[in-house]
Design a protein around this ligand. Structure first.
Ligand code: SAM
Length: 230
């Protein structure tokens, strides 16, 4: 076995949310690959990491990964991969690189660290002993079918959503899962304007009203809480 690939979580907002170990790994890496060199360049500068930084383009991920694997094994390199925010592979690139590392018998690890859905789930107030992370819903085709599946789930379902689609998502949850479905909506986690709404989806729609919510969002849904909805 030669070479090593480490997937490194980076902050989801607050720059203090990176581990000592993550910073050390980045400082010691032979090469750091990332989603966007402009985003990661600023981050690495903040932690005084000056290592070769290269992009691993999602649109060309397969071709790029073969080259990374070749370089890693032939030169016995320690390669780190960071996504724009949070844990690589969680609604972000990282899966293909991890899979390729396993197939090529390269030592693989993912450091524990920031991930948006974990704090959102923990502060949701919903029964979190069993949950299903579902990432982003498909934008159009298959979206309704996925929500219908969520309506039948017995555990908490977690979705990621962008601010411009959050109002649509809340309406869809109300229509498909029922207006009394208990949810929690967390935005801007770890940032200055962090905010969480908890309660029946219909109530939250009313509380938000005409407000245009900004920032990144996580929605936790308890499909088991419809009561006498619909
Ligand atoms: N890899 C990341 C992780 O570990 O959570 C997720 C990346 S995904 C492209 C970006 C989505 O994560 C956002 O659209 C939002 O749903 C969620 N997210 C990221 N940062 C967040 C934050 N600070 N507050 C709330 N949600 C956040």
């Amino acid at each position: 076995m030669s070479g090593k690939i480490s997937l490194i979580p980076t902050p989801i907002g607050n720059l203090e949310d990176i581990t000592f170990r993550a910073v050390r790994y980045l400082q010691e890496a032979d090469i750091i690959f990332c989603e966007d060199t402009r985003v990661s360049g600023k981050l690495l500068q903040h932690y005084q990491v000056s290592k070769p930084l290269k992009s691993l383009h999602a649109y060309n991920e397969h071709a790029d990964i073969s080259k990374i694997i070749e370089q890693c094994t032939q030169q016995n390199l320690h390669i780190c991969y960071i996504s724009d925010a949070g844990t690589p592979g969680i609604s972000d690139p990282g899966y293909l690189l991890a899979k390729a590392a396993i197939e090529h018998n390269i030592l693989l690890e993912c450091l524990p660290g920031a991930c948006a859905f974990v704090p959102a789930l923990v502060i949701s107030g919903l029964p979190i002993h069993e949950f299903k992370f579902m990432g982003f819903l498909p934008p159009k085709k298959g979206r309704k079918a996925k929500l219908e599946l969520i309506a039948q789930e017995k555990c908490i379902c977690i979705l990621y959503e962008s601010p411009h689609k959050i109002n649509t998502l809340l309406k869809e949850i109300s229509e498909i899962c029922g207006p009394q479905t208990q949810i929690s909506l967390s935005r801007e986690l770890s940032k200055l304007f962090e905010e969480t709404f908890r309660g029946a989806v219909q109530e939250i729609i009313e509380v938000i009203g005409e407000r245009k919510l900004k920032g990144e969002m996580v929605v936790c849904i308890n499909p088991n809480s419809k009561h006498d909805s619909k």
